[in-house]
Structure formats: C-alpha cells, structure tokens
Design a protein around this ligand. Structure first.
Ligand code: ADP
Ligand code: MG
Length: 437
C-alpha cells in the first residue's frame, strides 16, 4: 500500500478582523483543507471570498484567528521553508537582470555564488527563458515576466507551489501557453514541486489544470463544495465532459441560497452598508439589458453561453449580473440570468426616464446611496465629504473594497443624477441636481 503524504492539513480555520464598535468581519469560517503530494488543487470563488487569505495562511505568512494548521504533520509556526509563491503581478526588480531576479530567493537561503548561478540558469532554461538571462524586466513581455516570476519560485526547489491568480494579468493566448507549459512540466515530472495550490476566479482554468477544485462561497468565506476533476492531461476544453463540468460549476457558483443577511450588530450594517459594491459601468448595465431583451435571448440567458457570445470573462460578466440582481432588474439563478419587467421597461424608456428608474432602484436597494442623498438633503449647504462614508465602510471591509464601493456609488449616483461628486474636494453635493421630491 502506498502511504499518501499530506503536505498541508488545515482544520476548522477561521480568520476574522476585529472592527471597533462593530461585529467582527469574518473572512474565513470553518475551512478545512488537505493537500497531498502529487495533486494540483484549485481555490475557485468570487472576489472577496477569502482565497488569497487562505493562501497566505498555507504559506505560513498569516496565523489564522483560530484553527489548526499543519505542515507535514507539525504545527505551522511561520513561513514554511518548502513553500514558494507566485503572484498575479510580476513582482520583479526593474534594476536587476532576469538571472539576478531569479537568484534573489537563493541569496536569502545563504547559497554560494556559483551554485546560485547554476540553479538560476537551470530554472530559467526549464521555464523557457534560456537566452534572456541578462535581459531586464522592461525588455520582456508580460508573459515572459511571469515566467521569471515562476523561475524565481522554482529555483528554491519548493515542495509546494502556491499561485495567486498567476495568469489573470496576461492576455488570453499568453495565459494559455503558460498554463499548458506548466502542466507539461508537471506531467513530465521536471518540477521539483510535489503539489500546487492555485487561486483563480476562472472556472475553465481550474478545470483545465486542477485535480481537485474547492469552490468558495462568500460572507463568510467558506468551502461550499469540492469537485474532483477526473480528466487526464492534456485536457481538451471542447470535450463534452469538460464543457459539462464548466457549466455545472457555473451553475453552482450562481445558485443563490435565499440570502438572509448575516446577523450583524451595528445599525449601519443592518442598513446594508456592509455590502461591497463593484463599480460597474452604467453603460454596460444598460447594454446588457438591451442585449438580453433582444433575440436570441428573449429575456433569459445561460451565463456561460452569454459570456461566450459577448466574449467576456466570468469575472467581468458576474458583477454586471449581480448589480442587475441587486437593483431588481434581473435575477441570477442556477447559472442563468433572467430579466424582470423593470428591465424591459428600462430598455423601452428614453434617457431621462431611464435615469429616473435607475435612481429609484438605487434609492430603494442601495442603503448607502439612500443615506448619502438623505444627508445632502438635510444639510444646509447640501454638501458632505466622502471621507465620512469611507470611514464607515472601512468598519466593514478592507480599505480597498471601501474605495471600490465608493467608486461604484459615485458612478451610479452621478448617472442617476442623485448627487454630484467633486473629485478634487472629495465632496458629495446637490450642485446641478434637480431636487424634485
Ligand atoms: P479573495 O482573494 O477571494 O478575493 P481576500 O482573501 O483577498 O479574498 O479577502 C477576503 C476578505 O477579507 C475581503 O472582504 C477583504 O476586504 C478582507 N480583508 C483582507 N485583508 C484584510 C485586512 N487586513 N483587514 C480587514 N479586512 C481584510
Ligand atoms: Mg485574491
């Protein structure tokens, strides 16, 4: 019998951020993860579902609030020596050559000059950058830079390779080449690594590369399902079974449990402030509704088919669908998007009526927008600094998400003519706004 060795074992992991005067923000709740030698595991989920956080916990860079984290059976106490990480952006030093960038990780390990050079060259060759040793990052394409990032991770001969959306900053073709090259190296056992854990929001990428996929759900981040991918490499995206699995995962990720908001103590949260909003463009929202009303859709579409037709990625289409869902112009269900009557009325309306409809939807469905408008109505000078709302948002989400949420609110409010916003002073106001009701 072959004993399977587990590299990583995580049990009952919870990560929460404490917020003064508010309920804690729970980023990961009750997460279990086991990584065995010989497997590629994918973490798939929407933005904000805690994937990067879990990756940092696996790397030993972050100690979770609670839970048991083990590396080769022993409690993890800090950065694990057998782990290397590749990030989405190519964190290369511009003033160092390719070879010097790759050698960096070895210097930290105290390895001598000659051996460093040998190992760096081997890693550079392996990853297909032979001949570019003395090039500088600015002379390389995005794909080649990401190869340097990979070489830098591999040169330390890690047992576990962690990748956080490693291909998402690359164009489609480059990303595909790099994925295939990596899988080829893995299959030919040319890599020192024993296991790969990768984060992605791209379903096809997960099905193409992984042996096992953990699908995350948000609020709090948790593992909603686990899917085994039984196909042998090299995989074919056009295989019926491959397509079916992609479709099934789409359906799984868009399935809505009736969502009672999590029990939250603070009044601001209860009013819906805690919701993170994606700053999607109102023209795109209108365009999507127009497309869906027309043939061949007739008000309803299968999301994967729609993404294909519109040549969009999951991560672009989802937020649009979500906003339409939030504003009750559409419903997302079981992998489909279905328009509601309000959307048909919107599509038939003229520009001014569209703005009025959008404004009404925003005021009823987005508490933050209602609050901003109420504040402006009540103040004698009809002004309020955005800072005030940002602070409140940051009690419920990271500063980045607060910024995004404010961006969304500013864009939508401007379009709907609910308020003005001055970028320079950072002030909301009712300047140039027709104040009717
Ligand atoms: P993903 O990688 O799935 O997009 P992340 O792990 O980056 O998700 O983030 C999950 C959640 O944790 C987000 O809501 C984010 O705002 C929050 N978060 C991450 N880091 C911090 C932090 N230092 N303080 C507060 N919230 C944080
Ligand atoms: Mg992330």
């Amino acid at each position: 019998m072959i004993a399977m060795t587990n590299l990583v074992e995580i049990r009952n992991c919870r990560q929460a951020y404490h917020k003064d005067s508010n309920a804690d923000l729970v980023v990961l709740d009750n997460v279990d993860l086991t990584l065995a030698e010989g497997e590629i595991v994918g973490l798939l989920g929407r933005s904000g579902s805690g994937k990067s956080t879990l990756l940092r916990i696996v790397a030993g860079l972050l100690t979770p609030t609670s839970g048991d984290v083990r590396w080769r059976g022993a409690p993890m106490t800090g950065p694990a020596p057998g782990v290397a990480m590749v990030f989405q952006s190519f964190a290369l030093f511009p003033w160092l050559t390719v070879e010097e960038n790759v050698e960096l990780g070895l210097e930290a390990l105290g390895i001598g000059r000659a051996e460093r050079a040998d190992r760096a060259e081997a890693a550079i060759d392996l990853i297909g950058l032979g001949g570019f040793e003395s090039a500088f990052p600015k002379e390389l394409s995005g794909g080649m830079r990401q190869r340097v990032g990979l070489a830098r991770a591999l040169v330390v001969q890690p047992e576990l390779l962690l990748m956080d959306e490693p291909f998402s900053a690359l164009d489609v073709l480059t990303a595909e080449t790099l994925r295939t090259d990596l899988i080829d190296l893995w299959m030919e056992k040319k890599l020192p690594i024993k296991s790969i854990l990768m984060v992605t929001h791209n379903i096809e990428e997960a099905v193409l590369m992984c042996d096992r996929i953990l699908v995350f759900a948000s609020n709090p981040g948790r593992v909603a399902s686990e899917i085994k991918v039984p196909f042998a490499h090299p995989r074919n995206r056009h295989d019926a079974a491959f397509r079916q699995m992609v479709d099934d995962i789409y359906a799984l990720m868009t399935r809505r449990a009736p969502t009672p908001p999590p029990a939250i103590a603070s009044p601001a949260a209860a009013a819906g402030f805690a919701t993170r909003l994606h700053p999607v463009n109102t023209n795109l929202l209108a365009g999507l509704m127009e497309t869906l009303v027309a043939a061949p859709y007739g008000g309803r579409a299968d999301l994967p088919a729609l993404a294909d037709d519109l040549q969009m990625e999951l991560d672009e289409l989802f937020p649009l669908g979500e906003v339409l869902h939030l504003l009750q112009f559409a419903v997302l269900e079981e992998g489909d998007i279905r328009l509601l009557d309000a959307a048909r009325a919107f599509v038939d309306a003229d520009t001014d009526t569209r703005k009025t409809m959008f404004a009404a939807a925003l005021r009823t469905q987005v508490p933050l927008i209602a609050a901003i408008r109420r504040t402006l109505d009540e103040r004698w000078n009809h002004r309020a600094p955005a800072l005030r709302f940002r602070d409140e948002l940051e009690d419920h989400m990271s500063p980045d998400y607060a910024e995004e949420t404010l961006d969304a609110v500013i864009g939508w409010g401007r379009y709907a003519e609910l308020f003005s916003y001055d970028d320079e002073s950072g002030q909301f106001s009712l300047d140039d706004i027709e104040v009717g009701q």
